[in-house]
Design a binder for this molecule. Structure first.
Ligand code: E4P
Ligand code: PEP
Length: 442
């Protein structure tokens, strides 16, 4: 049987400098005895859904917070994120006529890779914020010192979130007949909200037609929804890895799908080694410096059986480079016979500091990278399998642009992210409409 701790012999980037190894060991031992957050069978089902995406028969919508925080584990916050994804999925399913696989960056997205180890404010240097699983956002030595007890809080916050998500998605809230109810509050008055209302009316008519024909499918009442996060802090991920009693294989039961980030995808690094041992569907971020050989070597290590649905390449090239960098990768990977899911993350290659000093992204760049992604796949005859976005259900002002335009001067009003700027609900809907149109017109 595979040894889940083999990753310890490989260099691990971006691990928290825990000050007290003994305390960490105690936390890990406790987590090892905790129940799984997800089941192996659910991970297998997601892998089979992603296989359909890899074959060009479905579309993958993955989105949620850049960094979840413990103080936002509440009914309203979780419901509004879910609502955003349900609205986007309704737009995509109806306007592009494609089945949508829905995956949240949720119930575990608590750890962040960072560009620098420290942050300096007014001449004071402290460890950088690495996500609520590691330390706090407050700029004090106490808050910024990594504390392994936070890994336990991550487990409990993930469990509470997942519990609510399961209740919302199977208990009536996600029933397609609620399609209007998801479009309330601030978003209803935005241009994308109004457009959505029209589409919801059409869905209503289609449902009424189906009912009149005697079809009232059970499938419309609930939604299959999966949880994903970056598998960054390996002590946590390994502590939550269990052997599946059915197959004897290892699954990371902290989430259905986990991904490896751009900063930790070294072929000879600990994250890739860890992911190679588990059976969950795996995502890998690929930035503009990725070579075709890198991609092929990742396939060899993570998906040696070339199993559709096992591996998702999440490309995040930046709007300016996607048309130039993506074709070579897609061409060589396709020629190798691998059937990966190609997914576009239009957020992480388009970050910059605004004049007013906020880390932001322009909505036009986000759209342009998505368009470039579609153009490249269209040109090569391959399937543009999905999008991966940082978003929130709230009316935040973190990314500039969008139909309900946010200006640089507006960023200060509701800049609430703990790390990177997210699309608000109205921008997320705008994006869904664009993707649906582009997908349909392919
Ligand atoms: O979400 C992604 C990364 O954690 C983030 O972009 C890193 O941000 P930094 O460059 O501010 O460290
Ligand atoms: C850190 C992230 O992205 P990337 O690894 O692509 O920079 C992320 O998606 O949170």
């Amino acid at each position: 049987m595979s040894n889940i701790h083999s990753y310890r012999s490989f260099p691990a980037a971006q691990q928290p400098p825990w000050p007290d190894p003994e305390a960490l060991r105690g936390v890990v031992a406790e987590l090892e005895s905790r129940p799984p957050l997800v089941f192996a069978g659910e991970c297998d089902l997601l892998r089979s859904r992603l296989a359909a995406v890899a074959r060009g028969e479905a579309f993958l919508l993955q989105g949620g917070d850049c960094a979840e925080t413990f103080d936002k584990v509440g009914v309203e916050q979780i419901r509004s994120k879910l609502k955003t994804l349900l609205q986007m999925a309704a737009v995509l399913t109806y306007a592009a006529s494609v089945p949508v696989v829905k995956v949240g960056r949720i119930a575990g997205q608590y750890s962040k890779p960072r560009s620098r180890d420290t942050e300096t404010r007014n001449g004071v240097e402290l460890p950088v914020y690495r996500g609520d699983s590691v330390n706090g956002t407050e700029f004090t030595p106490e808050s910024r010192t990594p504390d392994p007890e936070r890994l336990k809080r991550m487990y409990h916050a993930s469990a509470a979130t997942l519990n609510l998500v399961r209740a919302f998605t199977t208990g009536g809230y996600a029933d397609l007949r609620q399609v209007h109810a998801w479009n309330q509050d601030f978003v209803a008055m935005s241009p994308s909200g109004k457009r959505y209302e029209q589409l919801a009316g059409e869905i209503d008519k289609a449902l009424a037609f189906m009912r009149a024909c005697g079809m009232d499918a059970e499938e419309l009442r609930t939604v299959e929804f999966y949880a994903s996060h970056e598998a960054l802090v390996l002590d946590y991920e390994a502590a939550l890895t269990r052997t599946d009693s059915r197959s004897g294989e290892l699954y990371d039961v902290s989430g259905h799908m986990v991904w490896i980030g751009e900063r930790t995808r070294r072929l000879d690094g600990a994250h890739v080694e860890f992911a190679s041992k588990i059976r969950n569907p795996i995502g890998v971020k690929l930035g503009p410096a990725t070579t075709a050989d890198d991609a092929l070597a990742l396939i060899e290590k993570l998906d040696p059986g070339r199993e559709p649905g096992r591996l998702t390449f999440i490309t995040r090239m930046g709007a300016a480079r996607v048309r130039d960098r993506l074709p070579g990768l897609v061409e060589k990977v396709t020629a190798s016979g691998a059937r990966v899911v190609w997914q576009c993350d239009p957020m992480h290659g388009n970050t910059f500091s605004s004049e007013s000093g906020y880390k932001t992204r322009t909505f036009d760049d986000v759209l342009d990278e998505v368009k470039g992604f579609f153009e490249v796949h269209h040109g090569l005859g391959t399937h543009p399998g999905g999008i991966h976005v940082e978003l929130t259900g709230d009316d935040v002002t973190e990314c500039v642009g969008g139909g309900d335009e946010i200006l640089d001067a507006d960023l200060k009003d509701r800049y609430e992210t703990a790390c990177d700027p997210r699309l608000n609900r109205s921008q997320a809907l705008d994006l869904a409409f664009l993707v649906a149109e582009t997908y349909r017109d392919r």
